[in-house]
Design a protein around this ligand. Structure first.
Ligand SMILES: [Zn+2]
Length: 246
């Protein structure tokens, strides 16, 4: 018993620490703000208007650095959702793959109201995607469009393999056709190699950026006048690092 007593006292002390830790993490409580730094809030219209395309890019870079470092900004997303009920003022639109690992809000450490996410398998640009990007620029007011590809993209790999097993694959092959052509190899074995798939992933991002600019007069005009920028980027699934490729 003499040996157990200190253990029991330690267990009680640990429970008390646990209880006080839970109490301090109540959403929106001042204790949580003190523990995790100032709470990051959704952008206001005034702040959004003042952001330049260069600043929007810096904000995404800084967010990705926080993500990679494992030190995301402190937010209360429940309160942020309520705060943006009457409108949000996002600063960037991100076109990326539907892949479950490429959430743009996560990899750029952004909160509710910050990013317009447009997601489609293989991050290809079709009429629907273009319409969403135009809407993001003209009505949501974003200053930057990022086409975010990622390594290990199953959609691109399927298109490269070209086995025709699924209708969806066939549609993707068509959408990715130009990227395949730019990285083409007559050697069908080489097409299955990771290096080839990686090349197609990058060509696809490059072409998607070109397609946005070529097919949307409204976005092109805003880019010409410096109000908006369109840039490609690749997410490295191994490190979490996003590399921007203008
Ligand atoms: Zn993908």
């Amino acid at each position: 018993m003499r040996l157990l007593a200190p253990v029991v006292r330690l267990a009680i002390a640990a429970s008390l620490v646990l209880v006080s830790a839970c109490a301090s993490s109540v959403p929106g409580s001042s204790a949580a703000v003190e523990a995790d730094g100032p709470r990051r809030m959704p952008l206001t219209r005034e702040r959004q208007v003042a952001i330049t395309p260069d600043e929007a890019l810096r904000m995404l870079r800084a967010g990705n650095e926080r993500f990679v470092a494992g030190s995301p900004a402190y937010r209360n997303e429940y309160l942020d959702l309520k705060a943006t009920r009457d409108g949000a003022y996002p600063f960037a639109a991100v076109l990326t793959c539907t892949d479950a690992r490429t959430s743009p809000e996560r990899v750029f450490d952004q909160g509710i109201g910050d990013i317009v996410a447009v997601r489609v398998a293989g991050n290809v640009v079709d009429a629907d995607v273009l319409g969403s990007l135009e809407y993001a620029v003209a009505f949501a007011g974003v200053k930057l469009i990022v086409v975010l590809g990622h390594d290990g993209c199953d959609a691109v790999r399927q298109a490269c393999a070209g086995d025709g097993r699924e209708d969806a694959d066939g549609q993707l092959r068509e959408a990715l056709g130009a990227a395949l052509a730019r990285a083409d190899s007559a050697d069908i074995v080489q097409r299955s190699e990771p290096g080839f798939v990686s090349r197609v992933e990058r060509e696809n991002v490059y072409l998607s950026v070109r397609r946005v600019l070529a097919r949307s007069p409204s976005i092109r005009e805003r880019v010409r006048s410096g109000r908006v920028a369109v840039i490609g980027a690749m997410l490295d699934g191994g490190t979490g690092v996003v590399r921007f490729e203008p």
